[in-house]
Design a protein around this ligand. Structure first.
Ligand code: SME
Length: 161
């Protein structure tokens, strides 16, 4: 199957998951499992969510698949995760060893993508994916991961949790 067909089929499955999930939490848990299972270069897949009412603002580890990470809480001024949440922009890093913002989770990680999740126009969290392969995240991956973040944002707007 071509990469394009694979992504197209996966998007259809993800949309079904979203339609059948009761809460955003349920959707996030099944989404990280599906992405980790199907996308062989996605070696760590997880959500960080904004801690409600935290001052200073803080990202807290949510559902994830892959190795345990030492980074359970990340302030917005730290890491690639903090940069994506504070800017509201997708960040792709082809070589994490060259990015001074990078907080290491696994020594095997070579590249990373972080996509913010928006609900009601605000950053509610983000989807973070690490790969053991350099420059693993192409336009098609960005499109897929942004689609996933969009589904979670819509679910949050619908169910609030
Ligand atoms: N690498 C991230 C930290 C999260 S772990 O990779 C799971 C960062 O630089 O913010």
């Amino acid at each position: 199957m071509s990469v394009t067909n694979k992504t197209r089929d996966l998007k259809a499955e993800l949309a079904q998951l979203a339609a059948s999930s009761r809460t955003a939490q349920d959707l996030m848990s099944s989404m990280v499992k599906l992405l980790h299972q199907r996308m062989l270069k996605y070696n760590w897949v997880g959500f960080y969510m904004m801690e409600p009412g935290a001052q200073p603002p803080m990202l807290v580890l949510g559902p994830f698949e892959g190795a345990m990470t030492p980074h359970k809480r990340i302030p917005l001024n730290q890491g690639i995760c903090g940069a994506a949440a504070s800017s509201g922009q997708t960040i792709i890093v082809d070589d994490v060893s060259q990015d001074p913002r990078y907080l290491a989770c696994s020594l095997e990680t070579k590249s990373e993508i972080v996509v913010p999740v928006f609900a009601h126009g605000n950053v509610a969290g983000e989807l973070d994916i690490d790969s053991h392969f350099p420059a693993a995240f192409k336009d098609e991956d960005r499109d897929l991961v942004e689609y996933c973040a969009g589904l979670v944002g819509k679910q949050l707007e619908k169910t609030g949790q």
